[in-house]
Design a binder for this molecule. Sequence first.
Ligand code: C2E
Ligand code: SIN
Ligand code: SIN
Ligand code: FE
Length: 386
Amino acid sequence: MTRAEELENRLKLLVNFGGSVSKETNLNRLLELIAEQVKTILVCDRCSVFIMDRQTNELWSKVTLGLQHTEIRVPFGKGIVGHVASSGLTLNIQDAYQDDRFTHDIDRLTGYRTRSILAVPLKNVSGHIIGVFEAMNKVGGPFNVDDEGILQLISSLAASGIENAQLYESLSKSQLETIYRLAVTAEYRDQQDTAIHLRHISEYSALIAQGLGLPEREVENIRYASPLHDIGKVGIADAILLKPGKLTPEEFEEMKKHTVYGAKILCNAESTLLQVACKVAGSHHERFDGTGYPARLKAEQIPIYARIVSVADVFDALCAQRVYKPKWDPQKAREYIMEENGKAFDPNVVQAFDRVFGDILKMHALGDGKSTIIPGIHREMNRHNF
Ligand code: C2E
Ligand code: SIN
Ligand code: SIN
Ligand code: FE
C-alpha cells in the first residue's frame, strides 16, 4: 500500500468510527468498542483507554485476563499513562522497557510484553483531560508520526462519546435511586416485599421488551420506569387499598383512579425516563381489546411501554399474595396470561413473554428470599453498570 492509499483507508475507518461511537451509551461497551477499532485502524496489538477518576486522583482501565474483567488503576503522574495525563503531551515510545517512566506492574499482571507505546491525552471539548489513550505494540515497528496524528484525532472523536456515556451513567443512577424511593413510597402500604415486587416488575418488563426486540435504550427506559406504574396508589385511601376482601363497585371505581393520579404525578417531566413512566402509570390497566381503564384505549393506542408492563404487572400480582387474594402458582399465572392473549394483552407482547418465560421464572424463584429495601437499591445500582 502506498502512503496515500493507507491514509485513505484509515480515513474510511475513521468515518465509520465516528458513527459507531456516537451511538453507544454504555460506558464499558463504548470503551471496548473504541479499543477494538483503534487496534484495527492503527494496526497494533493492544489498546487501552484510561479514564480519570478525579475523586481518587487515579486513572482506571478495564483489562481482560482470560475470562475475567479486572479494573486496573494508575496514580495520576505515575507511569507512561500518568505522565501523559499530567503533562497533556503525546508520548511515542519505541521500547517501553528502556523508558524509566514505564511501570511494569500491568505487564506483570497480564503477562503481556509491551514494546512500543503511543499514548495521547483524551481531552473533552473544553480542553480538560478526561483520560489517556494508549496504543501498544505496533505491528512491524514503532508508531510513526501519522499514527500520532490519527490517535489524536480518534481521541478527540471518542472524547465526547465517553463524556456522554459518563453523564448518562451518573444521571441514570441518581434517577434510578429517586424512582426507587418514589415507587417504594407508593407501594409499601399494600405489599409486604415491596423491593422484591418492584424488582420483579422491572426485570420482567425489561425481559419482555428484550424478547420483543426493542432497542437497548428502550429496554433500559422500561426497566427503570416500570417500578413507578402504581405510584398513583399514594392517592388511594387505606380503607380501600388495604381492604381484606373484595371491593364494592364504588370502591373499585375509586381504585381505578390510581392510574390517573399516577399520570398526573409524572406528567410534564423533562426526563425521558419520567415521560415513559407517565405513560406506563396512566395506561397499564388499559386492555388490548379496548375494555380497560381509565380511557378505554385500544390496541396500538395503548403505549407499547404500558402494554408490556401490563403483562409483567398481572403476572407478578397473580404470583404474589395480596390482602385480598392468595398467591398463585407461576404456571397457573402463565396460563392466565395466555388465556388473555388478544383480550387484555397484546399478542406480540404475550408471545415475547412466552419466549422469555424461562428467565422470568428464574427471576421469580430468586425473589423468594427476603431482602430489605435499601440494600436492594444498592445491589440494583451496582449490578446495572450503565
Ligand atoms: P394489584 O393487586 O397490583 O393487581 C394488579 C392487576 O393484577 C389487577 O388489576 C388484575 O388485572 C390482576 N390481578 C390481581 N389479582 C388477580 C386475581 O386474583 N385474579 C385475576 N383474574 N386478576 C388479578 P385490577 O383488577 O385493575 O386491580 C388494580 C388494583 O386494585 C390491584 O392492584 C389492587 O391494588 C386493587 N384491587 C383489585 N381488586 C381488589 C380487591 O378485590 N380487593 C382489594 N383490596 N383490592 C383490589
Ligand atoms: C504505564 O503507564 O507505565 C504502563 C501502562 C500499561 O502498561 O498499560
Ligand atoms: C428496579 O428494579 O426498579 C430497577 C433496577 C433493576 O432491577 O434493573
Ligand atoms: Fe395498577
